[in-house]
Design a protein around this ligand. Structure first.
Ligand code: ZN
Ligand code: ZN
Length: 748
């Protein structure tokens, strides 16, 4: 046995670190958390200071045994080295607990690093500390708070709406954002307006009619039609203004978790979850031949700090000077500052650990997605130390020469305008993304010139509502409102989708019927839980616990008694309504002929027979949820129903054995392919990825034992739920068992 032991949370990380440390060190992994709240009961000792009742996480006994054994065999130091945040601190503490190390231990030391490089690991081993009790307490407080809210609330939803539902703390506020945006879209009344553009002989540049403030004119139709008549009268416009000025554009700050998720979504269409997965892979270590093995390519990816270390800044500046020349190097080092809410978590921005490794140099060692994300992180970090881009901006304004038209636009202070920019010096934009467009050059004109109109275009348009949230805009909104933290943005969205409260369709997040129902129920009966300010306040208080300026006992004492009373009262006062029924339909019951009712279920709509003696259920095929591929229209495919459900069949089927699967509009959170409904070996339906077997994503479909306890608790990347990407579909037996259990609870 090696002299010293290093304990981390992930096997991939363990492997990379083992490569840096000699044979005096053994490196093992906990594979996420090892002890946690029980899944079958509340698990919080409310009478005794809101302490967690820990139990071993299912399947972790072996890991715990091997940790204990390894610790026993270690004569030197045990380094507790999980990730540098609250979740990591909690895992370090859990290991100390099971090995019975005291709070201040000589043998067990906490080692913290923000990047997995030889230097950083070496420094962390040299500068250890005790496990930080405040960070651990903050993690526990979040866990308990989520449990205290999620457990009773889910129970209430079962009783009052439908069995199997759940509600969590932070996700409910995020769900409200999605639902209210949908309400706004539904309530939106489009109004007509007109826009105008002009073009002139000898140039392709398009001029737009703008108001005095420079905004595009959206004329009401009467006014617009009048103007159109006047503009059609004569074909000459006069240049009334021609201005040139120099503008500079400075690089944006380096990436943090939220901006990385947004940028990767906008540039590459990655979901927040995909981005975090690829970032984690880059952070934990990639085999790079030039560097002699596994190295972590980027610094820690869960951070809200834009700070960069002095060494990192120096390395970037060195690279810029060597590779691009001194003229591109910003005169002084740019330093971005964020005041971290929690001092112990003072992270750095997400940046390359070895900036000399250009994206092109590591491309062959990375997956295409890892490469894209690495290039994005690298560009943004390097750009921060480069000179601003310098542009020459030209602004030309024209108005019609014809007097009535001229009088009309003058009265409104309108003019046709075009703005063009010419790059004088690229600066940091030297690193720009290859697909960015170049701008068309302007014609050479001077004030007073008359231009011959080649085209006047009046467009009749309708106002449109704000668009639905996508991963990028939702994360941005959550960050703005203070809902969630770098470690939870991706999992909040993931939980809403896993619960089927929202779907991702063509990148946009759409609430499901059941999601809307649950959200409105919470808004009506538990205002606080879906209140943005309250949710943000809770996050702040968790930060205070991490800073040791508040205790978890105090925080929970201030929150829980009122909430518990509220739950108790609502349990009595809310009458179970038929919230899920959509009323009678024309469909006749196959068994008894009664007109069936349509109902909303946790997984979409279904028919149910209202005849008390029959209660037959039949599936409802909601065509609006399917994506219709081009081939279906082109080939004249028709919808057929077979033993395995509906599918697209060739018009000459079954003579021509050509069929197409029913792709759902909803796309896979792991790989972006369309999802499909499939059946397992036992005939159980489930939703999987159409890219199977390349992608093994399965959307868990059925209510699982213990879900009430876990209800809506946003799992962070280190929780057991995310370490296994394939969620097993639970057998019938388990579902029946938990269903009957719930019934007995209901009668109590
Ligand atoms: Zn019936
Ligand atoms: Zn997939």
């Amino acid at each position: 046995m090696a002299k010293n032991l290093v304990i981390v949370e992930s096997p991939a990380k363990a492997k990379t670190i083992q490569g840096y440390l000699g044979k005096d060190f053994a490196v093992i992994a906990t594979v996420g958390h090892i002890i946690d709240l029980p899944t079958s009961k509340l698990g919080v000792d409310i009478e005794n200071g809101y302490e967690m009742v820990y139990t071993t996480i299912k399947g972790k006994d072996k890991v715990i045994e091997s940790i204990k054994k390894a610790v026993k065999a270690t004569s030197g130091t045990v380094y507790l080295a999980p990730d540098p945040d609250r979740e990591g601190e909690a895992i370090a503490w859990q290991v100390a607990q099971i090995c019975k190390f005291p709070a201040k231990s000589e043998k067990a030391r906490r080692a913290v690093f923000h990047e997995i490089t030889k230097e950083a690991i070496g420094a962390a081993i040299q500068n250890t500390r005790d496990v930080d009790a405040s960070l651990v307490e903050a993690q526990q407080a979040r866990r308990i708070l989520d449990r205290l809210v999620g457990y009773p609330l889910s129970m209430l939803l079962w009783k009052k709406i439908q069995f199997g539902l759940s509600a969590g703390r932070v996700q409910s506020a995020a769900l409200r954002l999605i639902v209210e945006r949908e309400d706004e879209i539904k309530a939106f009344v489009p109004t007509p307006y007109m826009t105008f553009t002009s073009k002139y002989k000898g140039t392709d540049v398009v001029f737009t009619l703008v108001d005095a403030k420079g905004s595009m004119v959206k004329a009401v139709p009467e006014q617009g039609n009048e103007l159109k008549k006047l503009l059609d009268l004569q074909g000459k416009h006069e240049v009334i203004e021609h201005k040139t000025k120099t503008v500079t554009s400075s690089p944006p700050p380096p990436l943090v978790t939220s901006t990385m998720q947004q940028a990767a979504n906008q540039t590459y269409g990655f979901t927040a979850k995909m981005t975090m997965k690829f970032a984690q892979e880059l952070y934990q270590g990639v085999n790079i031949k030039e560097k002699g093995g596994l190295i972590g390519l980027i610094s820690y990816m869960r951070t809200d700090s834009v700070n960069m270390s002095e060494q990192a800044i120096a390395a970037i500046r060195d690279l810029i000077e060597k590779k691009y020349g001194k003229e591109y190097l910003h005169d002084t080092a740019r330093r971005y500052k964020t005041k971290s809410a929690v001092a112990q978590e003072a992270h750095e921005a997400i940046r390359p650990t070895h900036v000399e490794l250009l994206p092109s140099m590591v491309r062959e060692y990375l997956t295409p997605q890892q490469y894209k994300l690495y290039a994005l992180i690298w560009r943004r970090a390097v750009a921060t130390q480069m000179k601003p881009q310098i542009l020459e901006e030209e602004n030309v304004k024209t108005v019609p020469v014809q007097s009535e038209a001229r009088t009309f636009v003058d009265k409104e202070k309108w003019a046709f305008e075009t703005v063009a920019q010419r790059e004088v010096f690229a600066g940091y934009r030297l690193l720009k993304h290859a697909e960015e467009k170049e701008i068309k050059p302007l014609p050479v004109v001077s004030k007073g010139d008359q231009l011959t109109v080649s085209e006047i275009k009046a467009e009749n348009l309708m106002t449109t509502p704000r668009s639905r949230f996508n991963d990028a805009t939702l994360v941005k909104e959550m960050e703005k409102l203070g809902i969630g933290r770098p470690s939870t943005y991706a999992s909040i969205i993931g939980t809403l989708i896993a619960r089927n409260y929202a779907l991702r369709e063509m990148k946009f997040l759409i609430p499901t019927e059941i999601g809307i129902l649950v959200c409105n129920f919470l808004k009506k009966h538990f205002v606080k839980i879906v209140d943005y300010a309250f949710t943000a306040q809770m996050e702040k208080e968790l930060d205070e616990i991490a800073n040791a300026t508040l205790t978890k006992k105090k925080m929970l004492e201030a929150f829980y008694p009122d909430f518990a009373k509220d739950i108790e009262e609502k349990n009595k006062s809310i009458v179970k309504e038929e919230l899920t029924s959509l009323g009678e339909t024309d469909k006749e019951c196959r068994k008894c002929g009664t007109k069936m009712h349509l109902k909303i279920g946790p997984w979409g709509q279904y028919y149910v027979c209202p005849n008390e003696k029959c209660k037959n259920k039949e599936p409802f095929v909601d065509m609006t949820k399917y994506f219709v591929p081009e081939e279906v229209d082109k080939g004249g495919y028709i919808l057929k129903k077979g033993r395995f459900g509906v599918f697209w069949a060739h018009p000459d089927y079954p003579e021509v054995k050509k069929t197409l699967p029913m792709l759902l509009k909803e796309v896979c959170p792991d790989c972006d392919a369309h999802l499909v409904e499939r059946k397992g070996k036992t005939g159980r339906p489930f939703i999987g990825c159409s890219a199977y077997p390349n992608c093994k994503y399965i959307k868990s479909r059925f209510f699982k034992k213990g879900d009430a306890a876990k209800s809506g608790e946003a799992s962070t990347a280190k929780s057991p739920a995310e370490t296994t990407s394939i969620k097993k579909v639970v057998s019938k037996k388990v579902i029946k068992k938990s269903a009957s259990k719930a019934k007995t609870k209901r009668t109590k």
